[in-house]
Design a protein around this ligand. Structure first.
Ligand code: ZN
Length: 113
């Protein structure tokens, strides 16, 4: 199921870590002295709601993050939503490595298309 589908939006908590890990499934989270952490590398992160997370992801793709009005679109990031969907539950040391892994994934998809 698409994690951004309408029926999942509204009440779920989302964890997003400094290592690019994110999830709305808290049953997979690690814990360090009661603080939720990435279950793969143990890095700390942040909590938001699925609604806010989804809005932010879509705004980043459209390039409207922080924009007052949709007409103020700038610096779009085509494919960002799909990359984030792909990256759910994955942990990377940094954003650049996550982007490289996603680019490799897309190349492999093309090879088998
Ligand atoms: Zn991690």
């Amino acid at each position: 199921m698409n994690p951004f589908s309408a029926e999942r939006v509204g009440d779920g908590r989302v964890f997003y870590g400094l290592c690019t890990f994110w999830t709305d499934d808290w049953s997979v989270m690690g814990s360090s002295s009661g603080i939720p952490v990435c279950p793969k590398c143990g890095s700390v992160g942040f909590e938001t709601t699925l609604t806010k997370w989804m809005v932010g992801v879509r705004q980043h793709e459209m390039g409207t993050t922080g924009a007052v009005a949709p007409s103020e679109r700038r610096d779009p990031h085509p494919g960002y939503v799909q990359m984030i969907v792909w990256g759910k539950g994955r942990c990377f040391p940094n954003w650049e490595i996550a982007q490289q892994a996603y680019a490799s994934f897309l190349e492999r998809e093309k090879a088998f298309a």
